[in-house]
Design a protein around this ligand. Sequence first.
Ligand code: SF4
Ligand code: SF4
Ligand code: SF4
Ligand code: FES
Length: 236
Amino acid sequence: EGLPPYGGCRMCLVEIEGAPGLQLACTSRVSDGMIVRTGTPEVVAARRAVLSLILANHSDRCLTCHRVVHCRPGDTCLRDNLVTHRCVTCSKDYRCDLQLACYMVGMKGYEPWLDELRTYYLTEPPPGDRANPFLEFDPQMCILCTRCVRACDEIRHTGAITLADRGWETHIAFGPGGAVHESNCDFCGACINVCPTATLMEKPNKWAASQIEDWVPTACAYCSVGCTISLGVKKG
Ligand code: SF4
Ligand code: SF4
Ligand code: SF4
Ligand code: FES
């Protein structure tokens, strides 16, 4: 919200009458008489295929599982004896944008990679950064959506996060690639707000389910800019 269209995820594919192939809704200009179809079999299949690519390097065992509706946070997986790599053991379970996207796109049972070896489960996860008291950075959960890079750069104008390296090696880095507290991060939390997965989490509340009852608009008193922020409150 508040940023120009970016077209990074390619999840908003639609059919626009008269236009070739499928188009991105977020970067298409609306015009008089335009006819847009959002639920044709071709559109649905393309969205699932795109999302399966995003899931290719993520802990996705729960996201495509046919039993997922039976599992609540803290449940033990009954599918097999490997209980790591699960939404049910993840701090973002039930408040996760990626989970929601999978539900909306209908990823249940969509596993074209079944019986293939998958790199995510075979490689050693990169180490997490828990060295500061505010923000936990767990790079193994990152889907490279770049929301955090854009929020830090284009909303906060801090530029503490970058996309480092290229191709398969591409990853999110703070500053030149060291610890978060050694970068120019202000710990404002904007990247935590936009991160769709459990990669960037507010440290004190990482394992607490959201208890916010209301949002109150106010101004941040941290510096002289006075950005508009919303405070989550409980019982006033
Ligand atoms: S970040 Fe979301 S999709 Fe990924 S394991 Fe955690 S709850 Fe599941
Ligand atoms: S918490 Fe740090 S890295 Fe995240 S948006 Fe704020 S300044 Fe940028
Ligand atoms: S850290 Fe979060 S917001 Fe940033 S690219 Fe990874 S998944 Fe996206
Ligand atoms: S490409 Fe359109 S919302 Fe991501």
